[in-house]
Ligand binder design. Structure first.
Ligand SMILES: [Zn+2]
Length: 241
């Protein structure tokens, strides 16, 4: 713990001292993070570092395997973080970030490694659909690439789960939220982002390229059977007729 305590001491005496006005502003005005980031708890995957973000800029939820359990009536930490970020803080982007060399993905490929970790095994059942996709759609994949591809398919699976959460579904339907699927390559430092249009993970970071969005929020529009005009939501159609 010595190096950790030294870090605390350095933070208080140097870093916090330099950023005192920033922290005061964040206390007085509250946090207004730009995005919710759901990433793996892996110690090498630090959302604030890979995005070079400071205090108050990201609302972060980390767990083994960057899992998003599908919405259910059972309360859970990830579900609560999503709801609070979307409804309470009004974030307009959610990033699900997987990574290379992920222990959770390797365990998913070798379930016998989890025989003494029943909680991890139960948790990773939320990634079962990604494992099935790997088996069905990548039958010719060399074994050495399996964990990497599984990590990307797991991001896709968790984005699908994210859409089952009522707060997320509502904001997507009103065009107030976008979902992003990222993959952090520990070996190269590159971030790849899922492009919803092509289904491919493409590099992020080139200022000249358009931002890849996995699921773009689009305001619902329906044709009014009475006047033929298009309306932004369904309430006009269903209210009085
Ligand atoms: Zn991981």
């Amino acid at each position: 713990m010595d190096s950790i305590i030294d870090g605390v001491s350095h933070f208080r005496s140097v870093v916090f001292h330099e950023q005192r006005s920033l922290y005061q502003r964040l206390v007085h005005h509250g946090q207004q993070p730009k995005a919710l980031v759901i990433s793996c708890a892996d110690s090498r995957v630090v959302p604030e570092i890979i995005t070079q973000s400071g205090p108050g800029e990201l609302f972060v939820c980390r767990n083994a395997g960057n899992i998003v359990p599908p919405f259910s009536q059972m309360n859970g930490g990830v579900s609560s973080a999503i709801e609070y970020a979307v409804v309470g803080l009004g974030v307009v982007d959610i990033v699900v970030c997987g990574h290379s060399d992920c222990g959770a993905m390797k365990a998913l490929l070798k379930p016998e490694a989890l025989k003494d970790m029943p909680n991890v095994a139960a948790w990773l059942r939320h990634a079962e659909s990604a494992r099935h996709v790997l088996r069905e759609a990548y039958s010719l994949l060399p074994e050495a690439e399996a964990a990497r591809v599984l990590a990307m398919e797991n991001v896709v699976a968790q984005l699908n789960h994210l859409r089952s959460h009522p707060s997320v579904a509502a904001k997507l339907a009103s065009g107030q939220l976008n979902l992003h699927g990222w993959f952090f390559d520990l070996e190269s430092g590159h971030i790849l982002a899922l492009d919803g249009d092509t289904g491919k993970f493409l590099p992020v970071g080139d200022r000249n390229q358009t931002l890849q969005v996995a699921v773009r929020g689009t305001r619902r529009a329906v044709a009014d059977p009475c006047c033929g005009h298009t309306h932004g939501n369904a309430s006009h159609v269903t209210a009085a007729e």
